[in-house]
Design a protein around this ligand. Structure first.
Ligand code: ATP
Length: 240
């Protein structure tokens, strides 16, 4: 038998009160893949990542991790099974140092020594190494994004969820962060599901991609194939 997908979202609908943000969404992420989900503002991208993390709970459909059903489980249980998220807006702890922020991400490791994960995060983002004793709130936007990703890595996840890592950052910093994600995936085989409005960069980084429009998946394919589609160029890449 072939191995199950690392992540399988099957017919998932979810929302908030009267708002239906996701409508029968299905997607798979294979072990070792970088998959991106692109879509306009309000398409439901963040809601999908949050639903995978257990909140909001799906109204319909199933979510499986490595073949095991995690639908409706509480967030902490899903985290313990190896899912880590770097949320939109980063949500670092501004009064804690970089080091303390990183250690917060290691909570799920319980008694394990966090030092190797700390070393990995600092290798990936040398800026963090230089600033371990600086307060999170005084970091630049790009450094805060690095910290949010580094913190997610501290729990040794099987699946890393990234919500708009490029948001509000200068192009050079965005490039550094995307290079780090590519390097991490190539060196460790870490599986990544990335949500982005910067479709151009995300499609270049990802092995495969899905397009979300008004809570529904409308297209899927290799990053390269989607980059070449005229309707993608017109809608998400500013034409050209
Ligand atoms: P963006 O790129 O702007 O973050 P998105 O694709 O991530 O957009 P979501 O944040 O998932 O989209 O929002 C999907 C829909 O759900 C939107 O219509 C939004 O207004 C609505 N929504 C999101 N969060 C809530 C909430 N907590 N309560 C009510 N409605 C919400």
């Amino acid at each position: 038998a072939t191995a199950p997908p690392l992540l399988e979202v099957e017919g998932v609908s979810a929302g908030y009160g009267a708002v239906q943000a996701l409508n029968t969404v299905s997607l798979q992420v294979q072990p070792g893949e970088i998959v991106t989900l692109i879509g306009a503002n309000g398409a439901g991208k963040s809601t999908l990542l949050m639903t995978i993390c257990g909140q909001p709970r799906p109204r319909a459909g199933r979510i499986r991790l490595g073949g095991e059903d995690i639908t409706g489980q509480p967030t902490h249980a899903i985290m313990r099974r190896g899912v880590a998220q770097s949320p939109e807006g980063r949500r670092i702890f501004p009064r804690m140092t970089v080091r303390e922020n990183l250690l917060m991400g290691a909570e799920a490791l319980s008694k394990e020594d966090p030092a190797p994960q700390m070393a990995q995060a600092c290798r990936l983002f040398p800026r963090l190494q230089e600033r371990l004793w600086q307060r999170g709130g005084t970091l630049s936007g790009g450094e805060q994004q690095m910290l949010a990703i580094g913190r997610a890595l501290m729990s040794k996840p099987r699946l890393l969820l990234l919500d708009e890592p490029s948001l509000g950052l200068a192009p050079l910093v965005v490039r550094q962060i995307f290079d780090a994600i590519r390097q991490l995936n190539a060196e460790t085989g870490l599986t990544v599901l990335l949500v982005e409005q910067n479709a151009n960069l995300a499609l270049r980084l990802a092995h495969r991609a899905y397009v979300l429009v008004n809570g529904r998946i409308t297209m899927e394919g290799s990053g390269r194939a989607l980059l070449a589609r005229p309707e993608i160029r017109d809608a998400y890449l500013g034409g050209g």
